[in-house]
Design a protein around this ligand. Structure first.
Ligand SMILES: Cc1cc2nc3c(=O)[nH]c(=O)nc-3n(C[C@H](O)[C@H](O)[C@H](O)COP(=O)(O)OP(=O)(O)OC[C@H]3O[C@@H](n4cnc5c(N)ncnc54)[C@H](O)[C@@H]3O)c2cc1C
Length: 400
């Protein structure tokens, strides 16, 4: 078995980015996805500024800049009950970052851009309509059993990366459990055409409102916005569209004219796989961890998994690092999720959607109030978004 071959299961945003990063490091990559084409449903849209130099290094940033919306306005939390807006614009870090802006674009559009770049590489093959159903491994490599339109067959590679999302078959096949909690509320993500700026919204908003709390963000320059609100999970999912219109009438005004373009109700979790590595198999993205998306840390954490993987897997495959580097990948990405992504997203969800009284809201947001009140504080806050990056996992190996 050639030690430089890898199967990536899942052509979602994490799988395709992993494929691109690993292929550029010289691995031969086969990507497989159970579906016939990329999933374009409304999901993640924000690519935070500290990740953009990495996406530039991978060659996709120019296309993202052309096709996405550049957000220079950064963090904006509207505390309606307190009559305050706490802001930290990205213009405050113009001298600190080569990319002092976030990019907004649907994750389906992002995936499509990365797939275009994969198509230009000789050492990548993408197989659609190809589902992983079983896997075995030995000291030499991994055998993946796949189901295709033409029947079942086996694929062999030295390594396998499971980036097959929240219901990951890879995770199940390596015997990992998804531990944590599922929220009792449902999120409803909507794509809607409306001039939110006319109501005082910025490119990106945490709208903390007693009855109409939402995360609201501009998706592109065509007037398309994302508005995600929360509702009780016991409400019938079949009638969610009626409640979306009720919600918008309440938020925008009874006579407001808007166009609901797409929507998707979904369950939210704070869950982490019990292991991110079993021998030659590694997990990344939603296959490894699931968080509610308040603050945009779901996909973000998955893309930072890719950066860690990009460092360790080629080094191990080419015999430049010990396999223990893969254990450090598993341990550090678990640490990042349980110490940073998950608690931050849960804290933000509580502030935005928790229906808190004025006193509690003032107290919980006091650290942000202090940070956003000075330029230095805002700079620290914005640069701190890189906290979900792992340190070099090879450097650690040199001293281990
Ligand atoms: C409505 C919604 C809104 C969200 N909003 C945000 C947000 O604003 N910010 C944020 O950061 N995150 C957000 N998230 C989370 C974000 O969408 C996920 O973190 C992201 O999709 C993870 O990407 P992934 O590539 O790991 O998994 P996925 O996007 O789920 O991709 C997995 C891929 O694997 C394929 N697959 C599955 N099983 C198999 C199999 N057995 N064999 C082969 N292929 C398989 C699937 O077809 C799919 O293409 C949101 C999620 C939802 C549902």
């Amino acid at each position: 078995m050639a030690s430089d071959s890898v199967i990536v299961v899942g052509a979602g945003p994490v799988g395709v980015t992993a494929a691109l990063a690993l292929a550029r490091r010289g691995l031969n990559v086969t990507v497989l996805d159970a579906e016939a084409e990329p999933n374009m449903s409304p999901r993640a849209i924000v690519y935070l500024h500290p990740l953009l130099p990495d996406l530039d290094r991978l060659g996709v940033l120019d296309d993202m800049r052309t096709k996405g919306h550049l957000d220079h306005e950064g963090f904006n939390m509207h505390l309606v009950a307190l009559g305050e807006v706490l802001s930290a614009p990205n213009t405050d870090i113009e001298d600190l970052s080569p990319t002092p802006f976030n990019i907004h674009m649907g994750q389906g559009e992002f995936t499509t851009i990365v797939l275009d770049h994969l198509a230009r590489l000789d050492n990548v093959e993408v197989l659609w309509g190809t589902r992983l159903t079983d896997l075995t491994q030995d000291d030499e490599g991994v055998t993946a059993t796949i189901d295709t339109r033409d029947g079942g067959r086996e694929l062999h590679a030295a390594w396998l990366v499971g980036a097959d999302g929240g219901r990951s078959a890879t995770r199940e096949l390596i015997g990992a459990k998804l531990e944590g909690t599922t929220w009792g509320e449902r999120f409803v993500a909507t794509n809607v055409r409306f001039d939110f700026r006319s109501l005082g919204f910025f490119s990106s908003n945490l709208f903390v409102h007693p009855t109409h709390a939402a995360v609201i963000a501009q998706i592109d320059g065509t007037g398309l916005w994302r508005c995600t609100f929360q509702e009780d999970e016991s409400l019938p999912e079949e009638t969610v569209e009626e409640r979306i219109h009720q919600y918008f009438r309440g938020l925008l005004g009874a006579d407001a004219s808007y166009d609901l373009v797409a929507y998707r109700p979904y369950k939210m979790h704070q869950r982490l796989a019990t292991t991110l590595r079993a021998g030659r198999v590694l997990l990344a993205g939603d296959a490894a961890h699931l968080t509610n998306p308040t603050g945009g840390l779901g996909l973000t954490t998955g893309l930072y998994d890719v950066l860690a993987l990009e460092e360790v897997l080629p080094a191990v495959a080419f015999g430049e690092a010990e396999e223990s580097a893969l254990d450090r990948y598993a341990a550090d990405r678990s640490r990042v999720f349980s110490e940073i992504s998950s608690p931050q997203a849960s804290h933000l969800k509580r502030i935005v959607y928790g229906g808190l009284g004025a006193d509690e809201l003032r107290e919980l947001t006091q650290p942000m109030r202090e940070m956003t009140s000075t330029r230095e504080g805002r700079r620290t806050m914005l640069m701190g978004l890189d906290g979900v990056r792992s340190p070099s996992l090879l450097a650690t190996s040199a001293t281990a």
